[in-house]
Design a protein around this ligand. Structure first.
Ligand SMILES: [Zn+2]
Length: 154
């Protein structure tokens, strides 16, 4: 009985092995092929920022079978400025740029950053621009001077 309890406790021990997947896909899809960072004492899930020492990591890939996670190191700005007029929605906290920003609705007050899960508010700013293409040049008529102005006369 005592041993069973111990085993169960051992199984429930929280841990995640972290692998640096900054170069994700260059080394295939096996986490073990990526640089090993170390093991942490929590079960890392997606959308969570883990502070390890003085570094921040978010998980991009999880492998539940061997409790490992592919993570990227990110910088978190806890006193961010507004991000004005960026081409993509940019998280003020972690700097993540959402390449699919065009799929978002025009504005949202409690949008969740898909990398760090921070809550941000945004508004889409639409500007209008014009592109011009030449189609047909203007019509030109030839004309001859029949009287020169006094200024031009020699
Ligand atoms: Zn973010």
């Amino acid at each position: 009985m005592f041993e069973n309890n111990l085993d169960r406790k051992e199984c429930k021990k929280m841990s995640t092995k972290l692998y640096d997947i900054s170069n994700w896909c260059r080394k295939g899809t096996e986490l073990e092929n990526y640089p090993y960072i170390g093991e942490i004492d929590i079960d890392l899930t997606l959308g969570v920022v883990a502070k390890v020492g003085d570094k921040y990591y978010t998980a991009g890939v999880l492998n539940h079978s061997n409790k490992s996670a592919g993570v990227r190191k990110i910088e978190i700005d806890f006193e961010p400025e507004d991000n004005d007029y960026e081409n993509n929605l940019t998280c003020p906290f972690c700097g993540y740029q959402d390449d699919d920003s065009w799929e978002l609705s025009d504005s949202e007050d409690d949008h969740e950053c898909s990398r760090c899960s921070a809550t941000i508010s945004y508004e889409r700013v639409v500007t209008v621009e014009y592109t011009s293409l030449p189609v047909k040049p203007p019509e030109i008529v030839n004309a001859n001077l029949i009287q020169r102005s006094g200024l031009n006369a020699k």
